[in-house]
Design a protein around this ligand. Structure first.
Ligand code: FMN
Length: 193
């Protein structure tokens, strides 16, 4: 069965490390006969969550912008790959701003007790997290992983694994990594089987 895979390129660097990993992943998606679509999150035009809680009433945000289209794609996809760099020990601000705007789904699920995915035969959906960090600090991915896990969980996406690379700083440096591309390929293959 052909699966649809949504890739979220969250780095502001179009040719940065995490986007390179995502492109490699999407090549493998297509090589395996599935459908892949990449959304460049930093090119979307959207407001930041104001915490007004208007979405608590009906699960609908007061802002009408690119997040609406992205939300539809997040619901429609069978698999998700989120690729985001580490900025100040967490996901970069653009990624976090996007995740915060998904609060209407949190309200739907936990306050209004409505399903995010109407058809249970589509579950479990699964997702991967790719990241890169300039330093070699042991805990450098901890906060980001928690954010992505919470985001996935809200959308009924099982956190299927991650490909996380430390000590990778300059744009494109990941190309010189000894194992990253093979690991990404393997993770994608497992994601789709
Ligand atoms: C604003 C900013 C903050 C950063 N903060 C961290 C950090 O806290 N820890 C770290 O290891 N690297 C940090 N970095 C380095 C990036 O994580 C690193 O360059 C990474 O490879 C970027 O991935 P990208 O090319 O996909 O954007 C930071 C970079 C920027 C621009």
């Amino acid at each position: 069965m052909e699966l649809s895979v949504l890739g979220l390129a969250c780095s502001p660097r179009r040719h940065g490390n995490t986007t390179i990993l995502l492109h490699h992943a999407m090549e493998q998606v297509r090589a395996l006969g599935h459908r892949g679509e990449t959304v460049y999150v930093t090119e979307l035009d959207f407001s930041q969550c104001q915490g007004c809680n208007a979405c608590s009433v009906k699960g609908i945000c007061k802002f009408k912008d690119d997040i609406q289209v992205l939300s539809e794609r997040l619901v429609a996809a069978d698999r998700i790959i989120l690729a985001a760099p580490i900025f100040f020990m967490g996901v970069n601000a653009q990624t976090k701003a996007m995740v915060d705007r998904m609060q209407p789904f949190w309200a739907k699920k936990y306050l209004l007790k409505q399903p995010i995915i109407e058809d249970p035969s589509r579950l479990p959906r699964r997702g991967l997290f790719f990241s890169a960090a300039g330093t070699n600090r042991e805990e450098v991915f901890d906060c980001a992983k928690k954010t992505v896990q919470t985001f996935f969980n809200m959308f009924d996406i099982k956190y299927a694994g991650d490909c996380l690379y430390k000590g990778v700083d300059d744009a494109g440096e990941i190309r010189r990594h000894a194992t990253a591309f093979a690991e990404v390929k393997q993770a994608v293959t497992e994601l789709l089987t």
